[in-house]
Design a binder for this molecule. Structure first.
Ligand code: 4AZ
Length: 847
């Protein structure tokens, strides 16, 4: 979509002339102070009147100055491209200092002057043009040149609109593919044969900046990479405007894939912008990105050029970007087609990459006469939500769809034919869509399956199972609850196991009400006693075990410590829940905020089943432990520059492999993709392994081990320690936690190459023991997604289960230990409970 089409930028060419302005004299304030009463009021009144008059005069003059003074001229800058068919492209045309560049640039400037001369408005206000770049023509046949230019006009304020209209009138007739082939704007006697001209506004944030001197000209014939200045060793510099100009072969697209993109969150300050052109023309902008985007970061051009720009403001500490460029041949019939099978799928071109601009596809689905058709969009991100969908859209039987709210939408037709069209306009691309279609017999739309109210068909066993599988809860209403289920107040049935796990499974929180044994208004102490809730966190031990004086919001210094309270270094205890590294100083000796460099992603703007790829540097404490000659075997977490924490079961000898020997291991820190080295990755040998001496290989009790590296690593934004929780740190059930690793992405499947991440929730230990047949000891912590589908798996062992505290610091709650298979419904992942081993870690490693 052309966001900025109408707001071309401008800046006054004349300084505003204030010399003639008269400022009214103000009243004497000292006099006012001395003479109170009526006279004072009169003087105040006069003063106010004077100020009002001055303001009115000033406003009037400003209005006159800007609107009525016809001699005030504004500078307006337009940028554009011109297709030239009668000039061959030469390598020298890429070098602005070459003679060939200057020669052709002069011709283009003359040509522009001629074009402007044909329009009275343009002719009158035109000042000058400059040529910024040339690229090889991309029209069929592949010859010719495209020139990228900038033209300046000086226009009286009232004529601005007519100038904008005249510039827009230079466009190709439809601004689409049709306009690309030969429309001769000029007489045959003109020097150049021009087949297209496109002009538009410059991004206002770039107008104030001069054209970058050190633009990079890149040939995309072979794959290569580009990165922000200083990457990855230092943050990008402040106040820069950089450009990378990509040129592919004729009849090819440029593809740019960002592997890392971490900029400041505020796009007004720092951003990258990508254009489907070699000049930053708003009408050809494909995307603008800042912060730490989580959408697809693969972009494709419509033709054989692309421009990447980076704009930064003040000094800050963000790593920047690295991207890989390549070229993709333009193919006829790249998308669309005829589909005749009873079911199938189709997607926007290059899905899940962003679709290219200026693309149209048509799919015709035709199934046997007696059948109807339905289409379900599994993913849908196409343009901005609007009623008319004027830019990018999908059309299903003439109904236009756009926006990002259509995921899982099902569209049915009472016919055996369906036509789906996809269209992207010249600017702002998106991730696109993927859809599945199915033919059905009208009398039985969901054979053998349950039909949701929204026409989705789901497996009948999913009906009344406590999970909202239809998406509109249609499969979970009007259900008879089974014995193993309880009825929520809103009528839904949920597994009894989910009661009192601190997560609102019903949707009305009724599964979390009346959870203690104590009466309403009472607090259940850890020792089973009930005390009035009023007595909780009052500084007095009313339970007798101190449990009513822990997990408090306030930080009271307690007369005595208990097993549930945080102990400061001076051995005094405080009542606040999880006070360590949370910001405020709670201990009198400040020890709760000492050693708090851990758990931060230093550039903050701040195997896994069912997970997703993480971003580079997102989990800087994650380590990959390799057995030499065997590759990745286990995960681990960085505790400091020398020590790692992993699982004891990773370092137990097997018949064929001496896993307990340090010389068998290699630790990879700062790794993102297995087998792919990068500058910030560090490989270390292991000096010492300390497995917990009470590790039980049958029960996995005490599944924890330390590894000492043979040489300290330098900590940086890719290698950083995670915070260790004190022994009294509380990770409540229901809290979100993250698992990360390169383990298998399905049970018995293959290991991931890109570091995966997945969100799970801490599960109450009693609930967990019910699920896991009483195999969970006090030294274990359960986490997972009981619906199934998300879990740690083989190869994730030893890696972190991490939890972010309210101030944004990441703590190590658990070490991936075991489970019954991976990601089974109503099963949990079991982790070593790190709080139980805080003392042991300190004793063994000093950390
Ligand atoms: C493993 O074999 C493993 N689902 C780790 C975690 C889990 C299962 C297996 C938990 O390393």
């Amino acid at each position: 979509m052309d966001h900025l089409d109408s707001d071309e930028t401008f800046s006054p060419t004349q300084d505003m002339d204030w010399a003639g302005e008269q400022f009214l004299p103000t009243s004497d304030s000292r006099q006012l102070e001395k003479k109170p009463g009526r006279r004072k009021k009169v003087l105040i009144g006069l003063g106010l009147l004077g100020t009002a008059a001055a303001l009115a005069l000033l406003t009037g003059m400003l209005v006159w100055h800007f609107n009525l003074r016809h001699d005030v001229r504004l500078k307006r800058v337009y940028i554009g491209s011109m297709g030239i068919s009668n000039e061959p492209f030469k390598a020298e045309h890429e070098d602005p200092s070459s003679q060939q560049f200057r020669k052709l640039a002069d011709l283009v400037k003359q040509q522009l002057k001629l074009i402007y001369a044909k329009n009275s408005v343009l002719a009158k206000y035109f000042r000058d043009s400059s040529v910024q770049a040339f690229s090889e023509g991309d029209a069929d046949g592949g010859d010719g040149v495209v020139a990228y230019y900038q033209s300046e006009f000086e226009v009286p304020v009232p004529q601005q609109t007519s100038l904008d209209e005249a510039i827009l009138g230079l466009r190709e007739p439809t601004d689409g593919q049709q306009g690309r082939q030969g429309r001769l704007l000029l007489k045959p006697t003109d020097a150049l044969s021009v087949n297209s001209v496109t002009s538009g506004a410059l991004d206002p944030r770039m107008t104030g900046r001069s054209i970058p001197e050190n633009s990079a000209n890149i040939h995309v014939r072979t794959e290569g990479r580009v990165q922000s200045p200083g990457f990855p060793d230092t943050s990008y510099p402040p106040n820069i405007y950089r450009q990378w100009l990509f040129r592919a072969d004729p009849r090819h697209r440029v593809r740019l894939v960002f592997h890392t993109l971490i900029l400041e969150d505020d796009c007004q300050q720092d951003f990258i912008k990508i254009y489907d052109s070699l000049v930053p023309m708003e009408r050809r902008a494909l995307t603008e990105q800042c912060g730490y985007p989580h959408t697809s970061l693969t972009f494709l051009s419509s033709g054989n050029v692309m421009l990447l720009t980076l704009v930064t403001s003040e000094e800050k500490n963000f790593p920047g970007f690295r991207a890989i460029y390549s070229q993709v041949p333009l193919k006829d019939g790249e998308c669309g087609g005829t589909l005749t099978a009873d079911r199938g799928s189709f997607s926007s071109p290059f899905f899940p990459s962003n679709y290219p601009p200026r693309t149209s596809c048509v799919w015709n689905i035709e199934v046997p006469n007696e059948k109807f058709l339905k289409v379900q969009f599994m993913k849908f991100s196409v343009g901005n939500q609007s009623k008319e969908c004027p830019g990018d859209y999908v059309e299903v039987n003439d109904d236009r769809l756009c926006g990002r709210k259509l995921k899982n939408t099902v569209i049915t037709t009472k016919s055996n034919k369906m036509t789906i069209r996809f269209n992207s306009d010249a600017s702002y691309v998106d991730e696109g869509f993927i859809a599945e279609y199915e033919a059905f017999v009208p009398t039985d739309p969901c054979p053998g399956r349950f039909r949701c109210r929204n026409n989705l068909c789901i497996n009948s066993t999913l009906q009344c199972d406590g999970w909202n599988d239809c998406g509109d809860n249609g499969d979970e209403v009007d259900c008879e609850c089974e014995q193993s289920q309880f009825k929520c107040k809103n009528g839904l049935c949920k597994p009894k196991l989910w009661r009192c796990d601190r997560s609102d499974d019903c949707g009305d929180n009724s599964d979390e009400e009346n959870c203690g044994k104590c009466a309403d208004g009472e607090f259940s102490c850890k020792n089973g006693r009930c005390v009035s809730k009023m007595r909780k966190c009052d500084g007095k031990d009313d339970c007798g075990d101190g449990s009513d004086e822990s997990k408090c919001e306030r930080s009271l210094l307690l007369p005595q410590c208990s097993a549930f309270t945080f102990r400061c270094t001076d051995k005094r205890c405080i009542s606040k829940m999880n006070p360590e590294c949370d910001g405020p100083l709670d201990c009198e000796d400040g020890s709760d905020e000492a050693d708090c460099q851990c758990g931060m992603r230093p550039f903050q703007s701040s195997r896994i089943v069912g997970g997703q790829a993480s971003q580079v540097g997102e989990w800087p404490w994650q380590v990959s432990l390799h057995i030499k000659g065997m590759g990745h075997v286990c995960g681990a977490s960085v505790l400091n520059s020398r020590w790692l924490l992993t699982a004891a079961h990773c370092v137990q000898d097997s018949e064929s492999q001496k896993y307990s020997r340090p010389d068998q291991w290699q630790a990879f820190l700062g790794l993102h993709v297995q087998g792919q080295t990068n500058e910030w990755m560090v490989k270390r040998n292991v000096r010492r392994i300390v497995a917990h001496r009470d590790y039980n290989p049958h029960t996995y009790d005490n599944d924890i081990a330390l590894m000492e590296l043979d040489d300290a690593v330098e900590l940086n934004q890719y290698i950083w320690p995670i915070c260790l929780p004190s022994s009294t740190y509380d990770f409540p059930a229901g809290q979100e936690a993250w698992i990360t690793g390169w383990g298998t992405t399905s049970e018995g499947g293959v290991k991931a190459s890109v570091l995966q991440k997945a969100a799970v929730r801490i599960i109450n230990s009693t609930v967990c023991n019910d699920l896991m047949t009483d195999e969970v000891t006090d030294r274990m912590l359960c986490a997972g997604v009981l619906k199934g589908g998300v879990d740690a798996c083989q190869g994730d062992s030893g890696g972190p289960l991490s939890v972010t505290n309210p101030s944004g610091r990441v703590f190590l709650a658990g070490v991936v230990s075991w489970g019954e298979g991976c990601a089974h419904r109503n099963k949990a992942g079991i982790y070593t409970r790190v709080t139980e081993f805080r003392g042991w870690i300190k004793e063994q490693s000093g950390v």
